[in-house]
Ligand binder design. Structure first.
Ligand code: MG
Length: 245
């Protein structure tokens, strides 16, 4: 007898059909980047905002992680460097609370402290290793496709204990970012599967679920926070474990 979620040879039965390979987004899908960002951000900014309460710090983190992603988009188009967008996001969060980071030494110090500290807080979500164990046991190839450069994401995966995610496509691998079909298809090529037999899962509804689906993969939105998305008719799970349920 076979059950949904159990492996049969090199195919895996999932909630969304039988698949032969799995590709993951990295940030806030495999690794809890939001935790790493907000924790490091607070540590390097606390001296600038003495007395800010917990609610204030949550607001501060939210501005940096969610409300200033347009700067990251400008990094992806080549308009800003990675550090530029980071600094602009930090300035936006600090500026919300009336703190101006002076150009030059002060900004450089803040940015350097953040850049050094943040990787130390990067960790995998609890549902990642159990799923990778299932995939390894079933002989299902997997990898990651990310909207950041390869080497930076390689180091991040390794630091989070995810060395086993060996196949990795970054924005500099084929020179395009999600939602360009070519970046997902490069991941598929590395797995040696067909797009329609390849699951792509990630936390960004547009870039992960819809973008990969448009490229011919089986896109799944990992909606860990339980956000509502009126009009979204694609596949959705609340945890990686639910892919197999
Ligand atoms: Mg993500």
């Amino acid at each position: 007898m076979t059950m949904a979620g159990t492996a049969v040879g090199s195919v895996l039965r999932t909630r969304f059909g039988t698949i032969r390979g799995v590709l993951f987004d990295i940030d806030d899908t495999l690794v809890d980047l939001e935790y790493a960002m907000t924790t490091a951000l607070r540590e390097v900014s606390e001296h600038l905002l003495p007395g800010l309460d917990q609610t204030g710090w949550e607001r501060f983190g939210r501005i940096f992680t969610h409300e200033t992603t347009h700067y990251y988009d400008r990094y992806l188009t080549g308009e800003l460097t990675f550090n530029d967008q980071r600094l602009l996001r930090g300035r936006a969060a600090l500026g919300h609370f009336g703190v101006e980071l002076a150009d030059g030494e002060e900004a450089h110090r803040w940015l350097t402290a953040y850049s050094e500290l943040q990787p130390a807080y990067v960790r995998a979500f609890e549902d990642v290793l159990p799923l990778l164990d299932v995939l390894d046991a079933a002989g299902i190839p997997y990898g990651a496709v990310s909207n950041n450069v390869h080497d930076y994401q390689r180091a991040k995966l390794d630091a989070a204990g995810l060395e086993r995610v060996g196949r990795l496509v970054g924005t500099d691998t084929v020179g395009v970012a999600k939602p360009e079909p070519a970046i997902y298809l490069e991941g598929v090529r590395l797995l040696g599967t067909a797009p329609k037999e390849t699951l792509y899962v990630g936390d960004n509804r547009l870039l992960d679920a819809q973008g990969s689906t448009a490229a011919g993969l089986v896109g799944v939105w990992l909606n860990r926070a339980g956000e509502t998305a009126p009009g979204f008719e694609g596949h959705e799970v609340a945890s990686l474990a639910q892919l197999l349920a």
